[in-house]
Design a protein around this ligand. Structure first.
Ligand code: SF4
Length: 390
């Protein structure tokens, strides 16, 4: 595939889920809320959240991902990216309940990294991640069979992005691979290429391609895209044998929306603007940007930016809006003209948070996310390899 090929837009159960019309049991996300949610119009919601949190005291620790709504972030004890939040939770063993305001795979990672006596709660079970859903355990097992048939499985090291289900992390651990974040993807790939000659990068093709080509000097020709919806991944054994990076055909539906035209357009509208994008964006967007980095990198870059400077940011809109508010002395705009929230992140709203906190305060554990022991063991192995990266 070339990087200009359109994203995979086949209708899947995911689209129906996003419309709230169907539940997909194979999805990494869950199903509808089992409880009585307070009405969004309830004027006491803020007060109820405060009171429930106060009743729980140190027994609860609320984590807020950077892409969450303001109304939810207000109640977060810490904010951060998924990996930082999971580590923050592990550093709070006194917290019996970890309420994760984020998406399903993040709550799974928190469950893997926290103690057995800590329970992780996801306020809305339908808050999944479309990217994580693009690689299922069955599809990845089938891919490994294809690599085995092509006689390259023994020289291929899986590297999986944090944004993947616990099953995919466990697959990675079982096959000698590591997890990476958008901050340490280069180090993870360098390590992987010391262990083998090829990398199977899951599930975000863009992060894999951008890291290999932009940061490590590989060429686009060194990469092939494995499409789980096509027999044999849509590639020949010869192509697999010739490639160094085997990229899973997955992407983030939020970051995948930014285009080269978005960059050209903002440069024409705001002369001298600095374009700063997340590495989950398409390769041509990353190539045209001035800076590329994780959400933590973006936050630090804007903190360090001089007053009066202009920035166009290619990441989730809740975060960009908060950054613009926090830096009134700088011009900070969203890279695209159209509004682009992460719809599943946005599912966690104040009514769901109030419902989860009040239920816990009343002694009922709701929406617990629990990874089974075997999956946890192998997923932890992959996460520990990441923690040990030089
Ligand atoms: S922003 Fe993208 S990668 Fe992050 S949770 Fe939403 S869909 Fe998944």
């Amino acid at each position: 595939m070339t990087t200009t090929e359109p994203l995979d837009v086949q209708p899947t159960p995911l689209a129906l889920l996003l419309l709230g019309r169907e539940a997909d049991p194979r999805s990494e996300r869950g199903v509808e809320c089992p409880g009585d949610l307070p009405a969004p119009s309830d004027p006491d919601l803020v007060d109820r959240a405060r009171k429930a949190k106060a009743r729980l005291g140190d027994r609860v620790f609320v984590l807020g991902h950077h892409y969450q709504r303001d109304e939810v972030i207000e109640f977060a004890d810490v904010t951060g990216d998924s990996f930082k939040l999971a580590r923050d939770a592990a550093a709070r063993p006194q917290a019996e309940y970890i309420v994760f305001c984020g998406v399903h795979f993040m709550a799974e990672s928190a469950d893997i990294l926290t103690g057995d006596d800590q329970q992780v709660i996801l306020p809305d079970l339908a808050a999944g991640c479309s990217m994580a859903d693009m690689a299922t355990a069955e599809q990845v097992a089938e891919c490994w069979d294809v690599l085995t048939d092509a006689r390259i499985a023994d020289v291929t090291v899986p590297v999986s992005y944090m944004n993947s289900s616990a099953d995919i992390k466990a697959f990675t651990g079982r096959h000698g691979g590591t997890i990476c974040t958008s901050s340490n993807a280069k180090r993870a790939l360098e390590w992987a290429f010391e262990q083998g000659t090829k990398v199977l990068f899951l599930p975000d093709q863009h992060l894999g391609r951008n890291t290999a080509v932009r940061d490590m000097g590989l060429s686009l020709d060194d990469c092939v895209v494995y499409n789980p919806h096509k027999p044999g991944g849509g590639v020949t054994p010869e192509q697999l044998r010739a490639a160094r990076m085997i990229l899973w055909r997955g992407h983030c539906s939020v970051h995948g929306r930014f285009s080269l035209e978005s960059v050209q357009d903002v440069r024409a509208r705001i002369p001298g603007v600095n374009v700063l994008v997340h590495p989950e964006c398409r390769h041509e967007v990353v190539a045209a940007a001035d800076q590329v980095g994780s959400t933590e990198y973006i936050i630090k870059a804007l903190d360090a930016a001089p007053a009066g400077s202009a920035w166009a940011i290619g990441t989730e809109l809740n975060l960009v809006r908060r950054l613009a508010k926090a830096h009134p002395d700088k011009q900070i705009v969203f890279l695209d003209k159209t509004v682009c929230f992460c719809s599943t992140m946005n599912r966690i709203d104040l009514p769901h948070l109030v419902w989860a906190l009040e239920s816990l305060a009343d002694g009922t554990v709701v929406n617990r996310i629990e990874v089974d022991k075997e999956t946890e063991h192998y997923a932890k192995l992959a996460l520990e390899r990441m923690l040990a990266l030089p």
